[in-house]
Design a protein around this ligand. Structure first.
Ligand SMILES: Cc1cc2nc3c(=O)[nH]c(=O)nc-3n(C[C@H](O)[C@H](O)[C@H](O)COP(=O)(O)O)c2cc1C
Length: 188
């Protein structure tokens, strides 16, 4: 798969097969992440790889009601689809993915959010090229200020949570979401 194919065909996967991803593949996904550009080349990221479903369930059970409350009035498009998934039986914000990776940023780095986001996209594209589905789970963010819940991720000293991504072998082929016509302004 070439780079353009990978980025045009990657989709957020929300149904995963019940089998774990080999460590070598996860290593390749993380390696793709660290090849992302970063401000001043400082590479302010670290990775917490979570494969413990009890941990993920506890975090999900905390985040789920907060997310549902925040999206009660969702109307149309992905928001409505997302809301209907969330209120469904057995919903996990991580979609029961076998592996969730939290990309953490060095607290002292002022560009950590954008750097970790670029890193995360590299990881999702690499995963897709390797046959692994992924979904960026921003829903974790409602727990970022809850120390007890964040302790579940055992984030190393000096780092804070930025992006969580669910990974697994896909059990669905999601549709291409509608692409809005972007604002493009040329100056020449
Ligand atoms: C910052 C951010 C947060 C997101 N949070 C969630 C989330 O919590 N749960 C989820 O199912 N998808 C989440 N997504 C995935 C988006 O819903 C998805 O990228 C979008 O609908 C476009 O679909 P595509 O990724 O298949 O192109 C998030 C994506 C981004 C970039």
């Amino acid at each position: 798969m070439d780079a353009l194919d990978a980025l045009m065909t990657r989709r957020s996967v929300r149904k995963f097969q019940n089998r774990q991803i080999p460590d070598e593949i996860l290593d390749r996904i993380i390696t793709a992440g660290i090849f992302a550009p970063s401000a001043l080349g400082l590479q302010p990221w670290g990775f917490v790889v979570v494969q413990n479903q009890d941990v993920l369930n506890r975090v999900s059970e905390y985040c789920k009601p907060l997310m549902i409350k925040g999206m009660e009035h969702a109307k149309g498009g992905i928001s409505e689809l997302f809301y209907s998934l969330m209120i469904g039986e057995g919903y996990s914000i991580y979609y029961h993915a076998p592996t969730v990776i939290m990309v953490c940023g060095k607290n002292k780095n002022r560009f950590k959010e954008v750097d970790c986001a670029v890193c995360a996209e590299n990881m999702m594209l690499a995963a897709h090229a390797l046959g692994i589905g992924s979904c960026w789970v921003g829903s974790t963010e409602v727990a970022f200020d809850n120390q007890e819940i964040m302790a579940e991720f055992d984030i190393p000293e000096g780092y804070g949570p930025v992006v969580t991504i669910a990974f697994g072998y896909p059990a669905e082929v999601p549709e291409i979401p509608e692409k809005k016509v972007p604002l493009v302004k040329w100056i020449r």
